[in-house]
Design a protein around this ligand. Structure first.
Ligand code: 2AM
Length: 181
């Protein structure tokens, strides 16, 4: 079995910039710079045969390259307790188009449809027991955060979970069509 997800890599410069925000909030488990990414579709554990079918399905996806904007910071919470700190990804048509194409390709190849709404984000940190005032201060201080980067490909990642940070590996990548091509 292999744990998979489809995502977009961030340029190194942007990853370093986002990882540096970690200096502003203690009490959170920060995602190391090399692990920062934007998830398009979480797949989960699949067997090798299905993984191969999913890879082939992803190879058939045709979508244009685009510029992606990131902006603002926020949290996901459960039962009133924030557990994930993220920077938002603008839900612009090219991103949604790519995500929809990937979704249909994966479902045609045998996955169950994704039931949850697509809430694009880059996870910055997992929050264990954040101090509310420090967290509010962090969110306010970075509310105007903005960044843009070019998306020219997407990636099928495997994820190995162990004791510490997960180990993500690019198993395959898929080029998007260049603008004007
Ligand atoms: P997260 O960043 O919001 O935690 C690799 O684990 C990627 O898949 C992460 O970006 C993670 O989202 C996402 N992910 C992990 N487990 C998931 C799940 N059960 N459902 C949806 N997405 C998940």
């Amino acid at each position: 079995m292999i744990r998979l997800f489809v995502g977009i890599e961030l340029p190194e410069e942007l990853r370093d910039r986002l990882a540096a925000l970690g200096e502003g909030l203690p009490g959170a488990r920060w995602v190391p710079a090399h692990n920062l990414h934007l998830t398009l579709r979480f797949i989960g554990e699949v067997d090798e045969a299905l993984a191969e079918d999913l890879h082939q399905a992803l190879e058939s996806v045709r979508a244009p390259a685009f510029t992606q904007a990131l902006g603002g910071v926020g949290t996901f919470a459960a039962r009133g307790r924030p557990h994930t700190l993220w920077v938002g990804a603008e839900r612009e048509p090219p991103l949604v188009h790519l995500r929809d194409k990937i979704e249909s390709a994966l479902v045609r190849a045998g996955l169950d449809p994704e039931g949850r709404k697509f809430a694009p984000h880059v996870t910055l940190a997992k929050l264990a027991d954040p101090k509310p005032d420090r967290l509010h201060h962090f969110l306010a201080a970075h509310s105007l955060l903005r960044a843009e980067f070019e998306v020219e490909r997407f990636v099928l990642f495997s994820s190995l979970l162990g004791g510490g940070d997960p180990v993500y590996r690019a198993e395959a990548d898929y080029a998007l069509e260049s603008i004007g091509a």
